[in-house]
Design a protein around this ligand. Structure first.
Ligand SMILES: [Zn+2]
Length: 132
C-alpha cells in the first residue's frame, strides 16, 4: 500500500470516528470543556497503525494548537486539566498528564495536580510510549 493510500485510509477512519467522538464528548472540548466551538479529532501519540477511536480525543482549536506547538502554550489555559485529568476516557487522562508534566517545571499548580493524578498501569505505559 502506498503512503498516500495509507494517509487516505487514516483520514477517512478519523472522519468516521468524528461522529462517535462527538457523541462521546457531547460537543464539548474533551480537555477544556469549551462548547459552541469547532472541535477537531486529535490523535494521541503514539499513533497506532490503524486509526483507533481510543487513541483520539475531540478538542477545540485552542487546545489542539497548544498541544502540537509547545511554543504556543499559555499556562493559564490549562487549569482545565484539573477536571480533564479525571476523565473516563484514557486518551484524555494521558493527554492531561502529559501536558501537566510539560507545565510543572514553571507552574506550581500543575505540579500539585500531578501529585494527585492517578493513572492505571496501562495508561502509565501509554504515557511512556507517547514520550518516545
Ligand atoms: Zn479545548
Amino acid at each position: 500500500m502506498s503512503r498516500n493510500q495509507k494517509t487516505r485510509i487514516r483520514t477517512t477512519g478519523l472522519a468516521i470516528f468524528g461522529k462517535e467522538l462527538v457523541r462521546r464528548c457531547g460537543s464539548h472540548c474533551e480537555l477544556c470543556d469549551a462548547q459552541g466551538v469547532k472541535l477537531f479529532v486529535h490523535e494521541v501519540p503514539p499513533s497506532p497503525q490503524t486509526p483507533d477511536l481510543e487513541h483520539c480525543i475531540m478538542i477545540c482549536d485552542d487546545c489542539r494548537n497548544q498541544l502540537v506547538k509547545p511554543t504556543a502554550v499559555q499556562a493559564r489555559h490549562w487549569h482545565c486539566l484539573a477536571s480533564a485529568m479525571w476523565s473516563d476516557v484514557p486518551a484524555v487522562k494521558v493527554t492531561s498528564v502529559m501536558m501537566l508534566q510539560q507545565l510543572e517545571a514553571t507552574e506550581h499548580w500543575a505540579a500539585q495536580l500531578l501529585d494527585q493524578a492517578w493513572l492505571a498501569p496501562e495508561e502509565l505505559r501509554w504515557l511512556d510510549d507517547a514520550r518516545n
